[in-house]
Write a protein that binds this ligand. Structure first.
Ligand code: GLA
Length: 729
């Protein structure tokens, strides 16, 4: 049983394989959070709460003379604004009478078989017997406002999910100002929080800070999860390392504006809340209506970051990524973007495809520039009609020619955007997200379409589906190349303008759901100027996401390192590009670009016609090697072996198969030295008692893990190696 309920103490204990989560219905129905961490059985941990009369800490009226019960410092499951809990909160409303308080108390609960789903929103799923659901029903007895707290328990996967549904059970309209997905209280301070910040072409850089008193947050107001911050954070012991210490990962399964906020309070306790960003948000709840928050996935590890990451990777692979491409081997692709940019025609593309086929590449992806008036990024978005003049024929013909070479054909689209210089803009200017009377804000010379309007989504969907119906397209790269600003919808009344961001996401998710249902054979790759929408929400629809527009192998070491904390290798779109690199100008060996790109869903993005015969031989070899190790890379456990932020001379990582029989060790030297030091990498996750062969050398697992592996001396800058280690029978 994953859900234990002690009827007498009214304590709920949710148990996964290694963790437990506990809450209690306390006096007058106040729902207290008691514990999250290593398994503890069903012992009621409310004895850990210091009940005392604390200055300036009010008490619910029902407590009368008892001053030892206070929402000001008691740990909560879903903290409400306006009733004496002054810490960062989950829910804020404006009631029909103008007051701002909501006071949710326990009413009842339901335990359901299986893991709940959320209508219109991405959420984890569980196979038969893999999940359970607890729904706690709460109510504010003054206004009739109701709340359902959803807890999903994936016992084997060690995951607990949370989501909330706010229901107006009263008689007056209520304005919802804030509706977070969850609140997680800890009775300690001094925790570190690890978060992933960045910018376009440098996403998910790891930052680790000690939490200080007061509130600190990361988030996005950009309408996407963003390059700047990621909706995945970790709270941990200050001493937590890859292998030791307690840590808690929280991943929001949502792709729009978000907030992750931590607060250390006056009594040295810590709270984390996570959910939709409240800044651009409000929602009119008429009597009988409800609002559903997105889901948060929580994982605890008592043994450091490595197991935490492995669990998040498994969670994404087994309980989030859907469809046939979740497990099927993904084709190695050539994308023409960095090879040609907008400057291509049908013949040029076919020549690239021929060259690619000859090297073992399996799919040509036609990127931006194939439609409307789109020879630059100043025009054409919204006109999803094929530029047959440029292609020298129809798209169907081009795809057929690519197929005739024995390759699959994939296509780039950016359905959520509109260029001012487009027929769509001329015929439907009102489809643009723009505040009437304001010139607005353009980015990459484009505007965002108002996807909060169902007819706009339907209109674009019709155009895109027409192409997908006519042409044999087996892969779609779905891009989004600006941040949203100037939120406004001509279709919503004045008092509903705060609903646009969330309605936009519902529109986007509906489109994506229609796409994956109608074309289950299509492999979808998410993208937003690289990794600007790299989140668990998108992974529900697109099994992989273009990790960054920065294809420089050396910069990618950090980007992919940060990404690996929450997201699986299979989700990381990564390509070998030209040298000097187009973003940084850095020169790196082709072998190294291959080594780095292989830590993901692999492809090429350069003009293969410019490669020398020797380079082509290297590419051929990389492709064979990637195919050979595909299962190890995609299904194995990924180990970070070095910290790219430390003073290291190299960066190393390894893939270890589940049965520990195989290992692929990868390393890139990042600093050349005269008279060089020896560089030793300690492996992880091997079977200590087994003997592993690498070429003509044999090592024991324990020697490799505790002694280490000595890298060869480098011969050139940014040299890299891949060593395949196989356990002997
Ligand atoms: C974005 C993507 C690139 C490419 C261009 C095309 O920047 O991240 O990979 O598709 O758009 O305009």
């Amino acid at each position: 049983m994953a859900i234990l309920l002690n009827q007498e103490t009214k304590v709920f204990t949710l148990q996964t394989k290694t963790s437990a989560y506990q809450m209690k219905v306390a006096d007058y129905g106040v729902l207290l959070h008691l514990y999250y961490g290593r398994r503890i059985g069903d012992c009621d941990l409310s004895y850990l709460i210091q009940r005392t009369d604390r200055g300036f800490c009010g008490n619910p009226y029902e407590m009368q003379q008892d001053r030892t019960f206070s929402l000001d410092y008691f740990p909560q499951e879903y903290s409400c604004f306006g009733i004496g809990d002054y810490r960062t909160d989950c829910v804020k409303v404006i009631n029909g009478d103008g007051s701002c308080a909501v006071d949710y108390r326990y009413r009842s609960h339901r335990i359901l078989e299986g893991k709940y789903a959320l209508e219109g929103l991405p959420a984890l799923f569980a196979g038969e017997g893999q999940g359970e659901t607890l729904v706690i029903e709460m109510e504010d007895q003054c206004t009739g406002m109701k709340l359902e707290l959803y807890y999903g328990i994936l016992e084997e996967a060690d995951v607990i999910t949370r989501a909330a549904k706010i229901i107006n059970g009263g008689e007056k309209t209520v304005l919802l100002k804030r509706a977070m997905s969850m609140c997680l209280d800890f009775n300690t301070d001094g925790m570190d929080w690890v978060h992933f910040y960045g910018k376009h072409t440098m996403e998910r850089e790891l930052e680790r800070n000690r939490l200080h008193h007061g509130r600190q947050s990361v988030g996005s107001e950009r309408g996407t999860s963003s390059h700047q911050h990621n909706p995945f954070v970790i709270l941990c012991d200050p001493s937590c390392t890859e292998e030791t210490g307690e840590c808690y990962g929280a991943g929001l399964i949502y792709s729009g504006s978000f907030l992750a906020e931590a607060e250390v309070d006056q009594f040295h306790q810590t709270r984390l809340v996570m959910g939709i960003s409240p800044d651009q948000f409000s929602w009119m709840l008429n009597p009988g209506e409800s609002f559903q928050t997105p889901e948060v996935a929580l994982i605890y590890s008592g043994e450091g970051f490595t197991p935490l990451s492995h669990k998040f990777h498994r969670m994404a692979s087994e309980h989030l990524i859907r469809g046939q491409w979740a497990k099927k081997r993904r084709p190695i692709l050539i994308n023409n973007w960095e090879a040609t940019y907008f400057n291509f025609n049908g013949e040029k593309l076919l020549n690239i495809a021929r060259e690619a086929k000859e090297l073992g590449i399996e799919m040509l992806v036609l990127d931006d520039g194939w439609f409307g008036k789109r020879d630059s990024d100043y025009s054409g978005l919204g006109d999803w009609t094929v530029n047959e003049k440029k292609l020298g024929g129809s798209l169907k013909e081009l795809a057929e020619k690519v197929n005739a070479l024995g390759m699959k054909f994939g296509l780039w689209v950016e359905p959520e955007m509109i260029s001012e210089d487009s027929n769509l803009y001329r015929s439907h200017p009102d489809w643009t997200m723009r505040i009437p009377g304001r010139p607005g804000n353009v980015a990459r010379s484009q505007f965002v379409l108002d996807f909060s309007r169902p007819e706009v989504v339907d209109g674009i969907q019709e155009m895109i589906f027409k192409i997908l119906d006519e042409v044999n397209i087996e892969y779609v790269k779905w891009d989004f190349n600006r941040s949203i600003s100037n939120y406004f919808s001509t279709a919503l009344p004045v008092n509903r303008q705060g609903e646009i961001g969330y309605r936009y996401m519902l529109g986007l998710y509906r489109f994506l759901e229609n796409l994956v249902t109608r074309y289950p054979h299509i492999l979808l790759e998410g993208c937003s100027g690289g990794g600007g929408r790299f989140d668990f929400g998108m992974l529900y629809y697109s099994p992989q996401i273009w990790c960054s527009d920065d294809t420089d192998a050396v910069e990618r070491l950090k980007i992919q390192y940060g990404t690996s904390f929450g997201y699986p290798i299979s989700a990381v779109g990564s390509h070998v590009s030209a040298s000097p690199n187009h973003q940084t100008g850095r020169k790196t060996p082709l072998e190294t670009r291959g080594t780095v790109a292989m830590a993901g869903s692999f492809g090429y993005e350069l003009d293969l016609r410019c490669l020398s015969p020797e380079e082509k031989e290297i590419v051929r070899h990389q492709i064979q090697e990637y195919k050979q190790h595909y299962d190890l890379i995609h299904e194995g456990d990924y180990y970070r072996l070095t910290d790219p932020y430390g003073d290291c001379r190299g960066v190393a990582w390894a893939f270890v198969s589940q049965d520990k029989a195989e290992c692929l060790l990868c390393a890139v030297l990042t600093r050349l030295q005269a008279n060089p030091d020896g560089v030793i990498v300690k492996l992880k996750g091997l079977n200590p008692g087994k003997r592993y062969r690498a070429g003509d050398k044999v090592y024991t697992g324990e020697a490799l893990m505790y002694g280490g592996f000595l890298l060869p001396l480098p011969r050139e800058e940014y040299q890299s190696w891949r060593f395949y280690l196989k356990a002997e029978e």
